[in-house]
Write a protein of this length. Sequence first.
Length: 54
Amino acid sequence: MNQYTTLFEQQSYRDALDFFMESLTNEKIAVWDYVILTASNDDQAKSYEMQIEH
């Protein structure tokens, strides 16, 4: 993390990482079935599509 990262962002990252690590071994933790990604314009949509294909 860099010097511009807030304490809130640092804690959010740690919490998300802890949750992810726990989800790898605990079958009771729900996992995502779908991710909905929206784009604000055609260029952004094309960029997302290229990244997903990659």
